[in-house]
Every structure is written in C-alpha cells, then in structure tokens.
Write a protein that binds this ligand. Structure first.
Ligand SMILES: Nc1ncnc2c1ncn2[C@@H]1O[C@H](COP(=O)(O)OP(=O)(O)OP(=O)(O)O)[C@@H](O)[C@H]1O
Length: 489
C-alpha cells in the first residue's frame, strides 16, 4: 500500500531523515517511535505530501506520491497533526464537515444526505456528538483532539496518519482511541501510521514499529522484537526495562527512577526481626521484589514487611486471605505492605541463617512442621487433598539484582535443598511410609533488593545458587531437628 524507499529528508543543509526504507501493508497499524527530534514528524509530513523529498521515493498504491493531486490524495489519506488547531472559531459540526471537502465537486455544491450521515457517524464514533454545536475553542485539549479525529474519519480515508494522537487524552480516551483504530483496521482495512511517544501504546497496538534515532532506522519489526531493553536504553539514554505484560503477549516498558540511599548499611543489616510466639516479622526500610507462594502477596510483588504467622494446627477458615488481613489490621500492620505466610510449627524452632561472603549477602529463615510430610513420588496414593497447616516455610533474602528467570531457578534450588534435608533427616510420609520430599502445604519466598551485584542465574551450581542451597539445607535440617526435639522424637 505504502512504500518508502531510501528516503532522505531535511531542512536546508540539515539531514533529518537518512536512507529510511519500509513498506506498510493495507490494514496495518504501523508505529513510529523515537526520542524528541529524531525525525518522526518530518517523516510523517513527507508521507502526507507536505515535505520535499531530497532522495529516494514514496509510493502509495504503486503510484508515486508526487503524482497525486491534493484533492485526490485527501480522498485516500487523512492526517491528524501534532498541534491541534486552536484558531478555529467554527462549531464542532462544521469542523467535522470539512472532512467531506475532498468529495465536493465545486465550491457551491452543498453537503449531500450521505455526507451528513458520514459526519454524524464520525461524531458518534469519537464521542463528540454531545458538543457538536459548541465552538471548537470552547473545548478542552482532549475534546478538540477527538473532534479533529472525527474530521479525519469523515474523510473516509484508506490511510490515517496520526502524530501523537493520544496527546491530551486521558487514559480512558487513549485506550478508546487505540481500540477504535484497531477495530477500524480490522473491519475496514484502514491503514494507520502513527507517531507515538507512549512506548507501551505502541507495543500494545501496533503490528510493527519503526524505532528512529537521529533520522536513522534503529529497528523495524514487531513490537516484541523492537522493544528490547538495550535498543531503548541506547536510544532514549534513560534506564528502562522491557518485561512482559501481565495479561497480553506484548512487551511492557517500565522506567527506573534514580535511587538515593542515605545509609551505607547493607539492606540485610537494615532488616528488623521481631520474633515471638505470634509471628516472625521482618521489616525493611526499603522494598524487596519477592516471588512467593505466600497467602498474602503471592506471585511477583514488592514488600517491606514479611510475616510468618503462627496459627493453631486446627486453623480452618473460608477466606484465609481476608482473615489474615484482619489479623494484621488488629496488630496495626498495613496488609498491602505484607508478604504473609502461616504455619502451625512453633516459631521458636525456626532457624535464621546468614551468609555474608564477599558480594553474597543472604539471609534464610525456615520454620518446619512436618506432620503433613508427603513423598511427591507417591503423592498420588494419598486420599483427597486436605488443607493442613503443618508446613515448611522458607524465606530467602538476597542482596542483588536477579532477572525473573533467576528467581525461578532459586525456587528450584530451594526445593531441591529442602527435599535433601527431609531425606537426610529421614522424615517419613505417614501415608506411604516412604521418605518425604516436602509437606503438602509448604510455602517459599525468594526476595531480592534488585540493586547491586547482578546474579543472572541461581541454579544449584551457580555462585549464588550454591549459597542458597547450603543455607536452605542447613536451616531446614536445623529447624527439623529442633521440631523433633520438641516432640521428643
Ligand atoms: N520547519 C523546520 N525547519 C528547520 N528544522 C526543523 C523544522 N522542523 C523540524 N526541524 C528539525 O528537524 C529535526 C526533526 O524534527 P521532527 O519534528 O521531525 O522530530 P520528532 O521526532 O517528531 O520530534 P518530537 O518528538 O519532539 O515531536 C529536529 O532537529 C528539528 O529541530
């Protein structure tokens, strides 16, 4: 549909776009992203025919752009520019009606019933119908932006060029605009080329993205290939990270603010451990990124308070999460800060071990009740699942920066070390009379500061994995031994 070949554009002596080539298919949503001054608007202007081409060419439907008469071009292409025109004193309806101009045969010809119907539909589609009689100047920036979009739609274009269309729009209208573009591209085969500053909008809605820097193509591909941490950090010169969107298969770009630390103490030295018969509560002045199977705060989340709460072995509750929150409130602890686990094991038997080898600052806490011990290999022989609280809870605090993959590896390391401790302490599965590998309700947490030394891997044989495995193995055995002693085993 649109072919750009080896395009070079500029102002005076200055080259602003250099040897850029790409093709946009019919029905595609094509995003142009890049830092301020990288040439996005100039490129879009050239595609709309408003910028002289210095080298290369632009074709639309296999015809040179330069060969189109302006009215002919306006019948296939509509433009929503970056700056919304505020000079208009027209009423909204009249502004949208201007979109029908390319179809009028002469100055004196009025609008047909079909034109009016199209204008009405464009007003409805953009939510601007309620203020169709107001002057454009009386509208907010976002409302005006939507009116200009309605005018572009009234042109019934095959191609829509948008320069930062979500500027001025609140989140709900941004989403609604982008959802509409997606729908029009599907239903009417509308081709969209949009300059976007919001990298997440580009990643959520564009079929392909062109990343420009200083007029040159840095990347051109589907968002998941373009939105890479190294590409974007290099181009935007700002710390950011590309992760996964939690609900759709698109990259999620997050920005990392500068951190100011007022103390030289290590994060583990700053942990406060409150330990009594009711709980082991660890609090931190800073938040840790945790991966856990906890009752409160499961999955990946950031916390500054970690509670391992003691409950009676007969504890039963329909909504454990809610009951836990009430418990915390009653103790003046904010539940939103807390990663919370439960255990019927006696907390004074819990073991806390620390390693502070050079660049390996870790703390491990294990509480162990083994009355629900299960041999995973024979678990299928057990009767139906019964939720009981005799459990091994394991916490690992790591000073360092781990990718999410390393969290998962650390989780495996913890599980293997725990299973070996169970084996070496000869903890039996009461049902199968074989050596157990864990208990039926074990819970685990890996928490890291996400600052300092990078640990890309955390499997058993990696530098950090070796320390995790040793501490978890030793702490689990010690907690089991204390538990056995208490029970007189
Ligand atoms: N009319 C003009 N005359 C001279 N130079 C211009 C003109 N318009 C833009 N430029 C320059 O061309 C370069 C690219 O500008 P352009 O507006 O295309 O960038 P952009 O990527 O759209 O930037 P932004 O994100 O800030 O909108 C900039 O250095 C800008 O100063």
């Amino acid at each position: 549909m649109i072919t750009i070949d080896n395009l070079t554009l500029g102002y005076g002596e200055k080259k602003v776009i250099e040897s850029v080539s790409f093709a946009v298919e019919k029905g595609e949503i094509f995003g142009i992203v890049g830092p301020n001054g990288s040439g996005k608007t100039t490129l879009l202007k050239a595609i709309s025919g408003g910028q002289d081409v210095r080298e290369g060419f632009i074709e639309i439907n296999q015809r040179s752009l330069a060969s189109y008469h302006s009215k002919e071009l306006a019948q296939i292409m509509a433009v929503l520019p970056q700056q919304s025109e505020t000079a208009f004193t027209y009423a909204v309806w009249d502004v949208v009606a201007l979109g029908r101009y390319p179809y009028q045969k002469g100055w004196l010809q009025g609008l047909t019933a079909e034109d009016k119907d199209i204008i009405h539909k464009a007003l409805i589609q953009t939510g601007t119908e309620p203020f169709k009689d107001k002057p454009l100047q009386a509208l907010s920036g976002g409302e005006r932006q939507r009116v200009l979009l309605a005018r572009a739609l009234a042109q019934e274009p095959e191609i829509l060029l948008l320069d930062e269309p979500t500027n001025h729009l609140d989140v709900s209208y941004q989403m609604s605009l982008m959802n509409s573009l997606k729908q029009w591209s599907r239903d009417r085969n509308l081709t969209v080329i949009a300059v976007l500053h919001d990298l997440n909008m580009a990643s959520l809605y564009c079929d392909r993205v062109l990343l420009l820097d200083e007029g040159q193509t840095i990347a051109l591909n589907e968002p998941r290939h373009v939105m890479k941490t190294d590409h974007l950090t290099h181009v935007y010169k700002t710390p950011l990270e590309c992760g996964e969107h939690p609900s759709v298969p698109s990259p999620l770009i997050t920005f990392v603010p500068e951190q100011n630390h007022e103390t030289n103490l290590s994060p583990i030295d700053q942990l406060t451990i409150d330990r009594n018969e009711k709980w082991i509560k660890v609090t931190s002045p800073t938040r840790w990124k945790a991966l856990s199977s906890a009752v409160l705060g499961a999955g990946f989340s950031w916390h500054n308070t970690f509670v391992n709460r003691h409950v009676h072995k007969d504890y039963q509750c329909d909504d454990v999460g809610e009951e836990f929150k009430h418990f915390l409130e009653a103790h003046h602890v904010s539940a939103t800060d807390v990663l919370g686990m439960m255990t019927a094991a006696m907390l004074e038997d819990g073991t806390i071990l620390r390693s502070n080898e050079k660049d390996m600052n870790l703390l491990v806490m294990v509480t162990a009740g083994t009355s629900n011990a299960v041999d995973a290999a024979r678990a299928h022989e057990h009767p139906a699942f019964v939720q009981q609280i005799g459990t091994i809870n394991t916490w690992v605090f790591i000073e360092g920066k781990l990718p999410e993959s390393a969290y998962v590896q650390a989780l495996m390391t913890v599980t293997e070390a725990k299973a070996k401790a169970m084996h070496d302490e000869e903890i039996m599965d009461a049902s199968t009379q074989t050596i157990a590998t864990g208990t039926s309700t074990d819970s685990v947490m890996i928490a890291a500061t996400q600052e300092g030394t990078k640990f890309p891997y955390a499997g058993t044989i990696t530098p950090i994995g070796k320390v995790v495995a040793k501490l978890v193995y030793d702490a689990t055995r010690e907690a089991i031994v204390r538990n056995k002693r208490r029970r007189g085993v």
